[in-house]
Write a protein that binds this ligand. Sequence first.
Ligand code: GLU
Length: 504
Amino acid sequence: MRKTRVRFAPSPTGPLHMGGVRTALYNYLVAKKAGGDFILRIEDTDSHRFVPGAEEYIIESLRWCGIVPDEGLDASGRLAEVPDERNPHAPYRQSQRRGIYRKYAEQLVEAGCAYYAFDTAEELEKERAAAESAGQTFIYNAATRGTLRNSLNMDAAEVARLLEERTDWTVRFKMPVNTVVAMDDLIRGHIEVNTDTLDDKVLWKRADELPTYHLANIVDDHLMEITQVIRGEEWLPSLPLHYLLYAAFGWERPEFAHLPLLLKPVGNGKLSKRDGDKMGFPVFPLQWTAPDGQVSRGYREDGYFPDAFVNLLAMLGWNPGTEQEIFSMEELIQAFSLDKVGKSGAKFNPDKAKWFNKEYLRMRSDEELASLFMPILKENGVEAPEGTVREIVALIKERATFVSDFWNISWYLFKAPAEYVEKDAAKFWKPENVEMAHEALLNTESAEAMEEYIRGREWPIGKVMNCIRLALTGSSSGLAIADIMRFIGREEVLNRFHRAEERL
Ligand code: GLU
């Protein structure tokens, strides 16, 4: 049996969508479960779609998620460019492998599975326009290739001359006529497609001496000994061509798994950045600043923990078959299998995403959370001893979804309110309540004693307590009064109460 080798092969055309991270994750889980290799390869043969910074973004996103490639990165964490023991197939950037592909394209021509095409862009445009005006779509395939400018319709001398003289020719795959391609997908099952619905795809271009995605992808998967291709559903239409390419080369084919799409939270269709902007959630792992300066939010910058993000991604399309929802990476590696990945799209639920982060926040130690809260306190001009911050974090972490919520939940433990919520004041700051609260505060030493005092007199406990809370926090909501009093101390309680008496 061949060693399991899978790859994540993104194109650096922009920031990695969360669906792309999920693809990387599922590949990683399959590799680790089988004790195999996870390879990172950058597919950048389409120079028109290249976006500066995208490759670094992809690498940083994987690093943040803890998805560590076995192959593809050098010791400094950049894409490996020279082969060594760890990276025997370097370079892993296809534009740097350009010298490899031409001979494979020519091999297919020699075998009669591909041909040289000399049609200029203008000529093809004319064909398209003519077909369109006749109410049809132009397809370069068996129906049309006989009348087009290619090596199938020319003598050898003419072909040789054009190959020499022209620099804009391509190699096209010669799609077989009326043939059923029978395919098996690990997720979608058996699929059959008739080749008459397909076109003669360009495989290699003389103009930039680069392969197209299809050729580069197949050649590299073969050379890198990939055993399973796990990728997004949008690549399913390419599968018949890929099957035929493997057959044409006479190479052993990897297995294929096409992952279901991530769908919008409401309605139908693919989850897009616009849905995120509209509903206020990120669709990218990390914040991204586009070349035009536009900033897109990221899970990391929004305050998600990487392990929470990985967990929520894992559950988008995969079902462990049990009630368990919280999985560490190690547990995912143990539990994951492609046969539990669904065929239909996975609806993204932003509230569920938050739920995951809340769960992960609760699982963090008070020490760690305190160390994350300290810099936020500093930003707000608060210096507090680490031990106190730890105690406060322990008290409030159940109420928070993100560490950034801590301040909103607990600021009044660090400073007195500067103002009071008008509507709460109108409701609770009544002379009779203030009088009772005042007496209770002055005559007791602790919150417990104070409560007892109020009850003993059969005063309305809710009204009196809310009156005190208003003085301490500026509103009628917040942490338990006993906790607030314990943290700020009796003296500060009395100070705040007197301040409220003066101001309200
Ligand atoms: N370069 C393709 C992408 O951007 C890879 C598809 C595949 O995995 O074959 O997704």
